[in-house]
Write a protein that binds this ligand. Sequence first.
Ligand code: DAH
Length: 365
Amino acid sequence: MAETLQEIREKARALRVEFETAQGAATDSAALQALRDRFLGRKSGAVSALLKSLGRLAEAERREAGQELNALKTVIEERLAAAEQELERRGREEGLRRDRLDATLPGRRPYVGRRHPLTVVREELEDIFVAMGYEVYDGPEVEDDYHCFEALNMPPDHPARDMQDTFYLEGPGGLLLRTHTSSAQIHYMLENEHPPDVRIICPGKVFRRDSDVTHTPMFQQIEGLVVGRGIHLGHLKGTIEAFLHALFGPQYPVRFRASYFPYTEPSVEADLGCIVCGGSGRLASGPCRVCKATGWLEILGSGMVNPAVFEAVNARLGRAAYDPEEISGFAFGLGIERVAMVRHGIDDIRLFYENDLRFLEQFTG
Ligand code: DAH
């Protein structure tokens, strides 16, 4: 039994060391409870016992020793509370690790892929033409000069070649990447000598040395070719109008403008009344950017097949399979990106090829 202030102080110090050692070994709440009993228990706790022995001290010493013992008590209490909290936290963590399944958590949605917006537009275009009786024909992307230019009435020195800056392949054969799907017309006619009944569309990639907000070095087109007896400009106009109305809606006017392509004569470009500003060229916020305030959207190039194209095919076939005296035809070509940009109000073509999901996820398909 401690008798003097000195002894009580020493005992308190010893108890503190003893508590600290014992606490290090207490790893569950039962051990912590045992510690609490051992040091702070009312009846047999070591600190409580010391407190009881204070009665034998003189008043001043009693106060001093009392403060010291109470401080020890507080330290022990705080340490035990902190240890208990830590145990609880670990228990929660452990529980979470063990029970992975928490039925109250919101479910994880499976990521559903979708078609690229350009694929959606291309397939829609194909559907419209297939419904009109067209066949889908695939031409090669690697071409020679003959199919891409010469047979299309563009001899080597023709100025129209400047409109399409081309990628040439190294090596013999003068191969190049097609600059337009018009070359597929030539392939088809050379492979299919049974006019008069051509009705094809040729979707595919084309390549040009060109790159800015409205041009990418690779883009996609759809070519159309119709050949038959008595085909005239009225068929061309009716077909283009029907197709644009099927694609965008019958409420938009279609207009034809005279143009020039070496492989058609006459040549026309088709415009659609702007679907963004309704043809007025203005929006409440200012001039319409999509149609550049003209009220019209340029959609495609077309025309009546130039007899020179039929003659080139005949020359290669060695017989007049496509006799311009007997048959005629019309052709057209349009950019798939252009249609998608107009439809969705997109002003930078490069977005289609950056594969940024934040962009792509906005389209259903
Ligand atoms: N080849 C043209 C281009 O790439 C588009 C085109 C215009 C195709 C007139 C045609 C046509 O078949 O008749 O810009």
